[in-house]
Design a protein. Structure first.
Lengths: 775, 160
């Protein structure tokens, strides 16, 4: 039996389950100092005076600095995605010097011997602010008389792409539907708050940080601070979730590095959750105007999308590019004649936005899947039937979509049929009709979402076209040790995804060695020296392939050695079960024996090095395109507005699966996060730019009691673009589930004349939507 | 400064502590018991849950001085003789953890839940874990793990 495909229990678990963990906040080298940041209480203000002298004499305080103190050395936080030629990328000092532009922006810091004493000393810092007007709403920000976030104005960029004759598609169309959807801001809320520890020996620097991107961060820290890259080592120890929020180059990482350089001692910062809600980049934040033209039979003619995307106060690592990841996804799985996508990035005096699980694709999927339900309602047809009329049929793959992507494989019919059967679709529709007839105060709603997404971010050549500053390859290395054990070194940087287990499975098959004989090393730029890290459902489909290719190179090296040892031609050897056998004989050499032979090097053929190891860098030609059908049944109490999810079925096609247990876990977690957006979560700012949801008491993460059990299953249409046949699964659940749930809520309320409920669909919002429709 | 005596995972400590020191910081920063993490500052997430005199408590919401004379068991002291507690094993078997940050608190809360309800329904498990947040798993496998852990703990009780 092969290892790939097995539901292996994870190698990662034992340490995590017994508390033998290496969270950044657990690390405490001798002499470690603690940093606390004083943060702006104002959304927008000029800093007229900062006096840190009161803090300097306090017990335990080693140093205190304001932005001006660090101005000459702190640089500007990077934006790696200048999406248009004329984009405005404002200067973004890690610590504000003259102006603050969101509540929570750091204005001063204290370094002390103890975290309590550091916090105490913040109280002694004096800051004078001259208030400036907050800029909160996106439409308001673009009004000519709006106060400006930056001198250049409130528009970061605007862009438009068109494919086909959009005007013709809309002209005389029998059906035109136009809707505006709001993608509320979300707080990623990985369970581990951020933490940074930086230390120096006077020559070089080590930064331990709760990050998804140690390799990218190292490059960026070098470019930002001017410290030479080879003098910086970045280590991502155990990292407690990310969801995109730790795909960032943060002010605190830069500042801790500068502080250790100044003070010559280890410097550590650990954020509190309420600090994190304010200052970890937010996700989503869009106003979507979606307009769809269709024939009388429901066939889509054209789609027009116009986004306002909330950048927040600055452009961080990927901020402007996130909404554009949706540019090729609004057309989703559907065929159409014409498509137009426009997006304007808008500055506001709020925490910057950036990647959050799905990054641009959940937003796009929501827009199209919501309006597909509106189309079905207009036609008085079943929403799945309307989708069926429009989607790419399985025999049409590979298929180049209206937005220019080529989907390599898929079978929407198979996934939908399976989901409908598991869900009991027809029976639930019958119950729904019955409840409607009876006027039951608790109505049943059925929501569908037939999504796809682009995964495996990303082919480097396509990134160049998208004006992204880096590539999208991944690196893997494999070392056979003298005793036949194996070290796999990966450039991916897992923080919950189980790469240690999955990469072991890949290597076990490729080398024919036992699963338990493999260790996987990651997340330290001194050891895993090359990588592009973990985000965008890229790790398996790019990093996993790099590991596989490195194993194959090792195998070919071993073949040469085996031919020498067994005195035959390399082509006469068969490799199976971890051993080379001379075809037609029982002469054999195991890969472990060959590893030892390479180690002793007593009898190596000419030109063969004394090592059995190799590495590979893989850069895909295309994205991969997982898809699936999610079905959700909700019960909505029309008297109280309370929504309860009764059942949820997800059938996903993520291609070939390495570990079904891990895949299922990713789907579960994604669904829960998408439900969070649909029903519970919103980062709420008031008109003055204060974040009202700055704690987990105000920002509602779904708990176990809020969610049902999920029924998950798969169809398997292998990806054709990579040798694993895998498509990626990290974001699928949360891309699919948000529209499935909101479609279900709206479906329950449609007989009352409701055709939309803004997210999150809280009891109050549902109740108000009903009241609005009744009056 | 107040002097307290506290037993943590079977070892007795005498410590002088500031009255404001949180139990979780005593554990993590004084005693080096870093297995118990901190996930929030409003006692919503439950990542820091430990056993305090046999009952679960969020150690970010307990002052160290309040633990004077108490026995604390953390995730690090749960297993016996180098083997995992049945609940830890059940979490492993059911893939009930991903990043693992909520896991110590979740395991403690699950064990505490079974103290009062040895054979909980799915609903009782979900209600019982409401005070512990997980962002990775969607809770499905956690619920399965608690069920499995309950069965194995019940079997252990019956055969002892």
């Amino acid at each position: 039996m092969t290892e790939v495909g097995r539901a292996r229990r994870r190698k990662e678990d034992a340490r995590l389950l017994t508390g033998r963990t290496q969270w950044t906040d657990n690390l405490r080298p001798p002499g470690t100092l603690h940093v606390a940041f004083l943060r702006s209480p104002m959304a927008h203000a000029r800093i007229t005076r900062v006096d840190v002298s009161g803090a300097r004499g306090m017990t335990g305080v080693v140093a205190a600095f304001c932005g001006q103190d660090l101005a000459a050395e702190q640089g500007s936080l990077p934006c790696a995605w200048p999406v248009t030629e004329d984009i405005v990328i404002p200067d973004h000092p890690p610590m504000a010097v003259s102006e603050v532009r969101y509540v929570g922006e750091a204005v001063a810091c204290v370094v002390a011997t103890d975290r309590y004493l550091a916090a105490d000393a913040l109280e002694a810092i004096e800051v004078d602010y001259e208030p400036l007007p907050a800029v909160v709403g996106l439409e308001e920000a673009l009004a000519p008389d709006s106060p400006k976030v930056h001198e250049s104005g409130n528009q970061a960029y605007t862009m438009k792409v068109t494919s086909g004759d959009v005007d013709a598609a809309f002209r005389d169309a029998p059906i035109v539907i136009e809707r505006t959807y709001h993608q509320q801001r979300l707080i990623p809320a990985a369970m581990e708050p951020r933490a940074v520890l930086a230390s120096t020996d006077g020559d070089s620097y080590t930064v331990w940080t709760a990050t998804q991107i140690p390799h990218v961060l190292r490059v960026m820290l070098a470019l930002t601070t001017g410290i030479p890259e080879h003098k910086i080592r970045v280590i991502a120890p155990d990292v407690g979730g990310g969801f995109g929020s730790k795909l960032q180059v943060t002010a605190e990482e830069v500042l801790c590095l500068l502080l250790t350089r100044r003070l010559g001692r280890p410097v550590k910062w650990n954020e509190s959750r309420s600090e994190g809600n304010l200052t970890v980049h937010h996700g989503r934040g869009q106003v979507q105007r979606v307009k769809l033209a269709a024939d009388a039979d429901g066939r889509i003619r054209g789609l027009r999308v116009e986004l306002l995307a909330d950048m927040g106060a600055y452009l961080m690592l990927l901020t402007p590019g996130v909404p554009l990841l949706g540019a090729s996804m609004f057309n989703a799985i559907y065929k159409m004649d014409a498509y137009e996508f426009g997006c304007t990035g808008v500055f506001t005096t709020k925490m910057p936005t950036d990647a959050y699980r799905g990054a641009g694709r959940p937003e796009a999927t929501f827009g199209i899947e919501r309006i597909m339900d509106e189309l079905a309602a207009e036609l008085k047809a079943d929403p799945l039937e309307v989708r069926r009329r429009n989607w790419i049929r399985h025999e049409e793959f590979p298929y180049t979509t209206i937005s220019g992507l080529t989907y390599d494989s898929g079978n929407y019919e198979a996934a939908t049929d399976k989901a409908m059967a598991l869900f009991g679709y027809d029976k639930l529709r019958a119950e729904q009709a019955d409840r409607r007839d009876r006027g039951d105060p608790v109505q049943l709603g059925i929501g569908v979402s037939t999504y796809t997404e682009m995964c495996g971010l990303a082919p480097s050549r396509l990134l160049k076209e998208a004006r992204y500053a880096a590539g999208g390859w991944e690196h893997g290395a494999v070392r056979m040790l003298p005793t036949g054990k194996v070290e796999v070194i990966t450039g991916t940087s897992p923080h919950g995804q189980g790469h240690v287990t999955a990469w072991s499975q890949i290597a076990a098959d490729a080398l024919g060695v036992p699963f338990d004989d493999i260790t996987v090393i990651h997340g330290d730029t001194a050891i895993a020296h090359k990588g592009m890290d973990t985000y965008g459902s890229r790790s398996l489909v790019i990093g996993g392939v790099a590991v596989l290719q490195a194993c194959e190179k090792v195998r070919e090296k071993a073949r040469k050695l085996a031919a020498h040892v067994l005195e035959c031609a390399p082509d006469d050897l068969e490799f199976a079960g971890g051993a080379f056998t001379v075809r037609g004989t029982d002469a054999r050499a195991t890969i472990q024996e060959l590893a030892f032979a390479a180690f002793t090097a007593h009898d190596l053929p000419d030109g063969v090095e004394a090592r059995l190891d190799s590495e590979a860098t893989y850069d895909p030609d295309n994205y991969s395109f997982p898809h699936g059908t999610h079905l959700c049944a909700v019960e909505v109490d029309t008297e109280t507005g309370l929504t309860r999810i009764r059942s949820y079925v997800a059938v996903d096609d993520v291609g070939k699966v390495v570990n079904p247990l891990i895949v299922e876990g990713q789907v579960h977690g994604g669904i829960a996060q998408g439900i969070g957006q649909a029903l519970f979560e919103e980062a709420v700012y008031d008109a003055d730019g204060n974040l009202l949801t700055s704690t987990l008491a105000d920002y509602l993460l779904p708990s176990a009691a809020d969610l049902p059990d999920f029924v998950t299953d798969r169809t398997e249409t292998p990806a054709t673009g990579n040798p694993l046949g895998a498509k990626g699964v990290g974001e699928a659940g949360c891309i699919a589930s948000t529209p499935a749930v909101v479609n279900a809520v709206v479906d329950a309320l449609r007989p009352y004349g409701v055709h939309d409920v803004a997210m999150p669909c809280t009891p109050e919002r549902v109740w108000r939507a009903l009241e609005g429709a009744r009056s | 400064m107040p002097r307290i005596t506290v037993t943590v995972d079977g070892i007795t400590y005498e410590e002088e502590v500031e009255p404001r020191l949180l139990l979780v910081h005593l554990l993590r920063e004084r005693l080096g018991r870093t297995g118990t993490p901190v996930g929030c500052d409003t006692s919503n997430c439950g990542a820091c849950t430990v056993m305090l005199d046999g009952k679960s408590a969020k150690s970010c919401s307990v002052l160290a001085v309040q633990a004077d004379g108490c026995e604390v068991v953390t995730i690090e002291g749960l297993g016996a003789n180098g083997s995992m507690h049945p609940m830890q094993r059940a979490f492993h078997e059911e893939h009930a953890l991903q990043c693992g940050y909520c896991t110590p608190g979740m395991v403690m809360a699950a064990i505490d839940l079974l103290r009062e309800t040895p054979e909980p329904s799915e609903e009782a498990i979900r209600e019982g874990l409401e005070g512990n947040l997980c962002r990775c798993t969607g809770y499905c496998n956690i619920v399965r793990a608690v069920r499995r852990g309950a069965q194995e703990m019940g079997r252990a009780v019956r055969t002892s």
